[in-house]
Design a protein around this ligand. Structure first.
Ligand code: CO
Length: 135
């Protein structure tokens, strides 16, 4: 049986990075590890690690990406939670067998070698869930 092993990150979609950092970095005092453009996701992302997990603040840099459309439709807020799994392919098979609706039927690979897939909020009680298998 595949196993969920950790919370990897929580992603928050933001429309104003400085304003968001004024809360997460300055008011809460979480260290900003990195702020960088992620062209593959057409976004600028702030990474704020907390004890093995992290908060990611994601600001779309174009208006045609999925996350930009999400922001336009719903406004800023919680976007997804990402869980680590020890075997993504078998987890996707297990979810399909339980009639869970997936956004990615097959795992996708990120630039740094992680494989990942998203589960549709329709099957999760309204939360977009990302699954990671680390490289
Ligand atoms: Co994510």
């Amino acid at each position: 049986m595949p196993r969920i092993t950790a919370v990897n990150h929580v992603a928050v979609v933001v429309d104003d990075m400085e304003k968001s950092l004024a809360f997460w970095r300055d008011a809460l005092g979480i260290q900003l590890q990195e702020l960088r453009d992620v062209p593959a996701e057409k976004s600028r992302v702030a990474f704020l690690p907390i004890a093995g997990a992290e908060v990611e603040l994601v600001m779309p840099t174009t208006d045609d990406s999925g996350i930009a459309k999400y922001l336009a439709k719903r406004g800023p807020g919680m976007h997804h939670i990402c869980l680590e799994v020890d075997h993504l392919v078998s987890m996707l098979a297990q979810l399909k067998a339980k009639n869970i609706r997936l956004i990615n039927d097959e795992p996708r690979t990120s630039a740094d070698g992680k494989i990942y897939a998203f589960i549709h909020p329709e099957s999760t009680g309204g939360v977009l869930v990302e699954l990671y298998q680390l490289a």
